[in-house]
Ligand binder design. Structure first.
Ligand code: NAP
Length: 480
């Protein structure tokens, strides 16, 4: 059993955070004071009044010993979160038992905030006086810090403290060894995807979706480094920023700067990018590759950048970036050229031409647009006519996104033999793919890329190689 012990001053929030986290993780929750009150048949205040503090502290020690015994007995059971009484740290013996039982987390809250928020009422009159509460805090804070494996500062933002607690529990591997972090994350497809992959390869472990706001990214990587988690996947908005917190980045992550997979091994955090190889594998399933192709990418964000770099490295003949912000497109083109030259590719893989065309796709259909400015000197309709691979790397057409393509008639300019890929997978058929379907063109949505990037990430996490196509067939069957 994996156990979290929450400590801190009365009113620091440990019971309400513990209950909420337990509910979200499907862990069991215990409030040690409630256990004692139940076993004694009276309130803590009455135990103090009738039998005195030493008697109560003995009860606390016995309760802790019971929890420790239970934790050791049931090794693989459901996780447990325990909220402990504020004075539990006053006995050295208790601290030793707590640290033997599980991960001890201090929720540290300023007494002035506690006074402003918590009504202790008649049951605990001493705690209602600010001076007394400060005195207690000053006496105990060193004991709390000494007992805790981790310290979470509760600044009064309930949701943020809860997020930090969940981050610690999940990224330290206490609630499963795998997770995806991002914001938003609630509707992530990754837990279901990895569950299916784990099922097929016979891994019994949990993969969680953990919301991590940008301000908590550093805390998230610290938690990952501290625990036993095998690794995490990373999604919007952290793919670029996370590299700063890692020990190294490799392969496509080094080339594109975007990290979607972090492997935790031997205390090191290594960043990888499996998105781009995932897309390549998806294209391969359809008999397509970048090599020798005219590739047109819509958008100039993170995904587009990865595609352009990968297509250049794989010997695309020509790459065109149709984007709203041409400066971003030009930056990607310059970087892809630099990386290509640095790689000292041989003559069999000549440097691709890379063109950038300015086009706000929700305002104009590039096929009929007039006078589009082009850094590369061409307009979009010319480019579309010789496109072999068209890849949409914008969110236009995605479920929950208001912006749409102004029109998709531009698909009619592309050869029927070309391939259309939309990185979006919800809905499964976007307006762009529907237009390709009307012309009977070969096409795919983003689900295939998503599945392959997941398989590749799991290979990295587990240090194994798999039969990717067999796994893909199994997984896609679960979701179609
Ligand atoms: P991102 O970094 O936010 O980039 C989005 C790009 O779309 C930006 O360059 C943006 O232009 C451009 N864009 C938005 N509206 C536009 C418009 N009206 N006209 C022209 N360009 C427009 O996002 P990302 O991470 O690259 O992701 C892009 C898409 O790929 C998303 O739909 C995402 O869900 C999908 N994706 C799928 C997978 C998968 O596994 N299937 C993996 C990664 C991404 P500005 O630069 O001007 O803002």
């Amino acid at each position: 059993m994996k156990t979290i012990l929450l400590i801190g001053m009365p009113g620091c929030g440990k019971t309400s955070y513990g209950k909420r986290a337990a509910r979200e993780l499907d862990f069991e929750f215990i409030d040690s004071d409630c256990l004692i009150e139940e076993s004694e048949g009276m309130s803590i205040a009455d135990i103090f009044r009738i039998s005195g503090e030493p008697y109560f502290r003995d009860l606390e020690t016995k309760t802790l010993e019971l929890i420790l015994k239970e934790t050791k007995r049931s090794k693989d059971g459901r996780g447990l979160i325990v909220s402990l009484g504020g004075g539990i740290v006053e006995r050295e013996e208790n601290v030793r038992i707590m640290r033997d039982t599980g991960l001890v987390i201090l929720i540290d809250r300023d007494p002035d905030q506690i006074i402003g928020d918590v009504k202790f009422g008649d049951k605990r009159p001493l705690l209602s006086e600010p001076a007394k509460l400060w005195e207690l805090y000053d006496r105990r804070i060193a004991l709390y810090r000494n007992a805790a494996h981790r310290i979470l500062k509760n600044e009064g933002d309930y949701m943020n403290t809860l997020e930090l607690l969940m981050t610690n529990i999940c990224l330290e591997g206490i609630a499963g060894r795998f997770a995806v972090i991002g914001d938003p994350i609630a509707h992530s497809f990754s837990p279901a995807l990895h569950k299916a992959i784990f099922q097929k390869i016979g891994i019994a472990d949990t993969y969680r979706a953990v919301r991590v706001k940008a301000q908590n990214l550093a805390a998230a990587t610290t938690a990952l480094r501290a625990g036993d988690a095998a690794g995490i996947n990373v999604t919007i908005p952290h793919k670029f920023r996370i590299a700063a917190y890692l020990d190294d980045v490799k392969g496509d992550a080094k080339i594109s700067g975007a990290v979607n997979t972090v492997v935790h091994k031997d205390g090191m955090l290594i960043g990888y990018n499996t998105d781009m190889e995932g897309l390549k594998q998806a294209l391969r399933r359809h008999g397509r590759s970048y090599t020798g192709s005219n590739v047109t990418v819509l958008g100039a964000g993170g995904a587009a950048s990865g595609i352009v770099h990968k297509a250049a490295a794989d010997g695309a003949k020509r790459i065109s970036i149709l984007c709203r912000t041409p400066e971003k497109g030009a930056e990607i083109a310059a970087s892809a050229r630099t990386v290509f030259r640095r790689a000292e590719n041989d003559a069999s893989c000549p440097e691709p031409e890379i063109a950038v065309v300015e086009c706000d796709l929700s305002v104009v259909d590039p096929g009929i647009a007039q006078g589009i400015g082009s850094v590369g000197g061409e307009n979009a309709s010319e480019i579309l006519r010789y496109t072999d691979l068209l890849i949409n790397a914008t969110p236009l057409g995605m479920h929950g996104v208001n912006a749409k393509f102004a029109g998709v008639d531009f698909v009619n300019l592309i050869s029927r033999d070309a391939f259309v890929c939309d990185l979006i997978y919800n809905p499964s058929e976007t307006a762009l793919l529907a237009a390709a379907a009307r012309r009977n063109m070969d096409r795919c949505n983003g689900l295939e890329m998503l599945i392959f990037q997941g398989i590749l990430a799991d290979e990295l996490f587990l240090g194994i190689t798999t039969d990717r196509n067999e796994l893909f067939a199994y997984v896609i069957d679960q979701f179609m």
